[in-house]
Design a binder for this molecule. Sequence first.
Ligand code: NAP
Length: 282
Amino acid sequence: MSELLYGAPAAQAILASLEDRIQALHTRGREPCLAMLRCGEDPGALSYERAAARSCSKAGIQVRSVVLPWTAGTEDLLRAVDRVNGDQSVHGILVLRPLPKQIDTQVIFRRLRHDKDVDGITVPSLARVFVGRGGGFAPCTPEACIAMLDHYGVPLAGARVVILGRSLIVGRPLSMLLVARDATVTLCHSRTRDPASLCREADILIAAAGKAEFVDESYVNPHQIILDVGVNEGSDGTICGDVAFERVSPLVRAISPVPRGVGTVTTAVLARHVVEAAETLF
Ligand code: NAP
């Protein structure tokens, strides 16, 4: 039977590591604060907002929600971004997605102060991930994957890692974080020929393609450790990952479930970023 890599222990360890740092900030008269900007009532955005608020509250971080209607335009959201950019009591900013079609997402991301970009969506944040220094923060989900692997003592140096997915928010930054830890990384995408044969060679397989349960028995080997980043709606309407969990989990060494896996760690990483921003800003 394979080991189940739950996110909660890793998330708790991250939140516990923040206690002294937050205490030190309080001593300096600073209350770390995250502002979350949302348009409308999209269920995915609401669910992430609730999870982020829960992690931040557990850690003792203040949370503010700024809600605009789904009919808001780019200028409306820019004004909201300007307000939190300039507010000295706000240390981290999270722009919840999806944004409505009429909003120019890139214009919004460009306006965001990178030193408050705790979700790692600005170009300076991504540059930091790729260059290894500079301002901003790594996107939370790739960092959560590294935190999971570290928490469960999975060695990265020299490991062969295959990532399914090359998005700018998960696959690509994750590949850079892993390379910085001396892993050997293969990135697969929708045009990759025979991804199953590449995956079978992996010590660590990270599925982040956003396709319900498509990783099956043909992708894995008995020594493999799998992180399933996917959050999809299964054919029965329940949440499932990218991996066909029931069929694959008996065949590998360890696997993270969906839900209760990597997603749980993502908001703890977000809380850590807010604390880091509060320590360094102003
Ligand atoms: P995305 O922007 O849609 O990117 C999906 C990537 O998967 C693309 O690079 C795509 O290739 C690739 N892909 C599609 N089919 C593939 C296949 N058969 N084999 C290999 N690669 C394939 O999605 P995302 O934002 O990166 O999110 C990916 C998944 O992670 C989603 O389920 C999302 O809900 C989940 N997610 C979870 C968290 C968390 O905290 N747990 C956070 C963010 C996202 P092309 O580039 O060629 O199109």
